[in-house]
Ligand binder design. Structure first.
Ligand code: ATP
Ligand code: MG
Length: 585
């Protein structure tokens, strides 16, 4: 159905300057060993993310280049060059040493997007510790469970966050020995140390110890879209994938200004908001503030952003505001736009082509994969609604279970579970303390992603839905994404979330929740219009039987529609883990 939409061809100029020009040739010649050689490695042996991201640039001609341009909420700007970042992260690594924090111990951050967050994350990696960035908006309970699960030894936070959310938890976290607070006005709260004072006392040179490429580096919790978040562990070697995918999927060139809008509290904000751009020596924009249409266009224009990595929720909110605000800004520097986190509706791809003169390029990956696995590349035609093709070095397939394993579905258009052949460097190495759950993800030599997809004749992959969200009605399997995308074709629809509602006859019926763009009023007339559109485009079986209007849809902090909550609320069932819900208390 969606594949009947127009294909957006690329102009010769775009193809010529893309890092990946010819897909088949790039795949054929790619090896992870060769990708590893694009990085330095440590002089003492081994591979350390912070060396590749910071120190190797700091020591050379790129040392004076701005690594991170920080845009404060209230208008302040702070630039950190690669040399500055190297010194600051060394101070942090020395500070950890001084506190007696041993290799492999967990350092957590609970910070907004402030420069200290980037210093703490990279400094922790330098020192050979494992870093776990948490969303600063989490409430005390999600913070406590995540600190406890990973056995946090150190937490870096602010005075205000500490007093509001952490101080009362200290007694229940015996392993949490050190809390460093950023920006206390006077003496730091009892039981904490002042971050700045500690760094000031620490030397600004640090020799990164020989780091085993398999040494644990990053602990990230999943978004909790389908249930209780899992702690996902990545190793230093992941940087090979961060770098290669930054080049191939995000088309990063060394002179670029890059803006990844994701918070490091979820994996995109770390893999591509911190590590990948720095390994390429680009200037990375960090905005402290939350989403705001006008502010975002101003940043893109004023900072001359070349490559922009964002998410469908944000894109849908930009669409909601219309094209007029785009026209008021000079976005001429924008060269490549990419999106991740949720399916990108074809409507959004077509809109971005109209608004920016370039499409958003959807790409697919998960916390578990550590980096982009399937992507629409700069040089390739974009098929709106498709996630694109597997990265060089990545073997992806659609599979179905058999009695003793899985088998590949090679027929285009047939749905099954999306699977990846293990072995890429940023593949997760564990669910923290859940070895059985980890083992269950692998079958017959495949990693099973839990997402459903189908392939087409040309090897593009199409997202159908999460295994858990798929709707079974009258013997058909329906992915919510296709239904949501059709509803979004209506000019009044800002967002749509689709669930299966139990039904005695059909097993489930399709029910949709939609939020509207300004100027559209919910009511019977609009409901009938939407139902008619859906029936015409999808047929009576797949079209929703019921449509409800909502001011907004429940979302995770990383911007994903929580269909399981729509379902639980509709059916009056328990809501389950809501720690990552956007407006959780
Ligand atoms: P949890 O595993 O806790 O339920 P989550 O899967 O949402 O949460 P993440 O690892 O942050 O946590 O998200 C990865 C998931 O997001 C993918 O498995 C997929 O379902 C969805 N996703 C990511 N990118 C895309 C995309 N381009 N198209 C469709 N879905 C996507
Ligand atoms: Mg998941």
């Amino acid at each position: 159905m969606l594949s009947s939409l127009p294909v957006l061809e690329k102009c010769a100029e775009d193809v010529a300057r893309a890092n990946l020009r010819a897909y088949d040739a790039a795949r054929a010649s790619f090896s992870w060993e060769a990708a590893r050689r694009d990085l330095d490695g440590l002089p003492s042996g081994g591979l350390n993310i912070a060396h590749e991201a910071v120190d190797r640039h700091a020591a050379g001609p790129r040392g004076s280049r701005v690594a991170i341009r920080w845009l404060g909420r209230s208008g302040t700007t702070r630039d950190l060059t690669y040399a500055d970042l190297s010194r600051q992260t060394s101070r942090f690594a020395n500070a950890l040493r001084g506190l007696g924090v041993g290799p492999g111990e967990r350092v957590y951050t609970l910070l907004g997007r402030v420069p200290e967050l980037y210093v703490a994350v990279l400094g922790t990696l330098k020192s050979g510790n494992v870093v776990c960035p948490l969303f600063s908006a989490f409430g005390p309970e999600p913070i406590r469970t995540r600190l406890a699960i990973g056995g946090a030894r150190v937490l870096v936070t602010t005075e205000a966050l500490y007093e509001r959310k952490v101080a009362a938890l200290r007694a229940s976290l015996p392993e949490l020995e050190h809390v460093l607070v950023v920006g206390p006005k006077g003496a730091p709260p009892e039981g904490t140390l002042a971050f700045d004072a500690l760094l000031d006392r620490s030397a600004d040179a640090f020799t990164i110890p020989a780091t085993d490429p398999e040494a644990p580096a990053l602990l990230h919790f999943t978004s909790g879209t389908t249930g209780k978040p899992k702690g996902v562990l990545h190793v230093h070697q992941a940087v090979v994938a961060h770098h290669a995918t930054g080049r191939l999927a995000l088309d990063l060139h060394p002179e670029d200004v890059f803006w990844c809008t994701a918070d490091p509290g979820w994996v995109t904000g770390t893999s591509y908001g911190i590590i990948a751009p720095l390994t390429h020596g680009v200037t990375s924009i960090v905005d402290e503030a939350d989403f705001d249409v006008e502010r975002w266009y101003r940043i893109l224009a004023e900072q001359r952003v070349n490559v922009w990595y964002s998410a469908p929720t944000a894109i849908r909110m930009l669409m909601r505001a219309g094209i007029e605000p785009v026209r008021r800004h000079d976005l001429g520097a924008l060269r490549f736009l990419a999106s991740v986190g949720e399916p990108l509706n074809p409507e959004a791809v077509l809109w971005s082509q109209e608004a920016f003169g370039r499409p958003f390029h959807d790409n697919w990956w998960q916390t578990e994969t550590g980096g982009i696995m399937i992507a629409n590349f700069a040089s390739m035609p974009v098929r709106p609604g498709s996630m694109g093709r597997p990265l060089p070095g990545i073997e992806a397939a659609v599979v179905r279970p058999t009695e003793d394993g899985v088998e590949e579905i090679r027929e285009p258009g047939l749905e099954g579970e999306l699977a990846l052949r293990p072995g890429w460097p940023s593949m997760f190495r564990a669910y923290w303390n859940e070895p059985e759950r980890y083992a269950k993800c692998f079958r017959d030599g495949w990693y099973l992603t839990g997402d459903l997809a189908h392939g087409d004749d040309d090897g593009y992959f199409w997202f159908v839905g999460r295994g858990d969200d798929v709707i079974k009605t009258s013997g058909h399997l329906i992915g919510p994404f296709e239904v949501e995308s059709v509803l979004m074709e209506h000019p009044g629809v800002a967002e749509a979330g689709v669930i299966g509602k139990p039904d005695p006859v059909a097993h489930e019926v399709v029910k949709a929740f939609v939020s509207l763009k300004p100027g559209f009023v919910p009511g019977e007339a609009l409901r009938r219009e939407l139902l008619a559109l859906a029936r015409k485009r999808l047929g009576a079986v797949v079209a929703p039987k019921e449509i409800d209007f909502a001011d907004s849809l429940p979302r995770t902090r990383s911007g994903k529609i929580m269909r399981r909550l729509l379902r639980a609320r509709e059916l009056g069932l328990p809501e389950g883990d809501v720690s990552t819900l956007e407006d959780a208390p």
